[in-house]
Design a protein. Structure first.
Length: 72
């Protein structure tokens, strides 16, 4: 924990300019036009992958029902 905190304190010295990016939401994704709706990149990716996997047209169910796809 001490090492992590020390890295945060020195982030501007080790990665010049990154503070500005982080303060402006550099690690978030905005999917809508609403003002305060932003999500972390990893959460957005997880939700996208899960939605695609659950889709009947492109997901795991469609893949497993396709004879050609199962043969590959």
């Amino acid at each position: 924990m001490v090492k992590y905190h020390l890295n945060l304190l020195n982030v501007e010295n080790t990665h010049h300019g990154i503070s500005h990016t982080l303060e402006n939401g550099g690690l978030t994704v905005k999917r809508t036009t609403k003002i305060f709706v932003r999500a972390p990149v990893d959460l957005t990716l997880e939700q996208t992958v899960n939605a695609d996997a659950a889709s009947r047209l492109t997901g795991i169910a469609a893949f497993s029902q396709s004879v050609g796809a199962r043969k590959k």
